[in-house]
Design a protein around this ligand. Structure first.
Ligand code: ZN
Length: 112
């Protein structure tokens, strides 16, 4: 799931909780229902804010993924991309390898 989704979701819960605390009385004119949350606005609104904060904490703990260098074993082109992904060379389409340790794994490729 996308990180931004969690942030938006968390902010929605928090703003709902704040509006509940600020305006605990609802009058639904369409259905003629009057609701008064003023007795429970703090536990209820606070609960919404708490849940929203949890969403935010979860989203901030999510990692976007570390960016590392990849190298093409065929043409030795290097690109930067997210670690753990399958990267294919934009030049020749060969599956790329992480640059770290590449010359140790392929000593014959060592330059110089
Ligand atoms: Zn290549």
């Amino acid at each position: 799931m996308k990180k931004i989704f969690w942030i938006v979701f968390g902010l929605l819960w928090i703003s709902f909780g704040i509006s509940l605390i600020k305006h605990p009385n609802f009058y639904d004119s369409r259905h003629g229902i009057y609701q008064n949350f003023s007795q429970i606005r703090w536990p209820l609104g606070g609960g919404f804010i708490f849940v929203g904060t949890l969403f935010l904490v979860v989203s901030f703990k999510m990692k976007n993924g570390k960016t590392v260098d990849f190298i093409c074993p065929k043409c030795e082109k290097t690109v930067k991309d997210i670690e753990g992904k399958d990267i294919y060379c934009p030049k020749c389409g060969t599956k790329m390898e992480p640059l770290e340790g590449f010359y140790e794994r392929h000593p014959d490729r060592k330059k110089g």
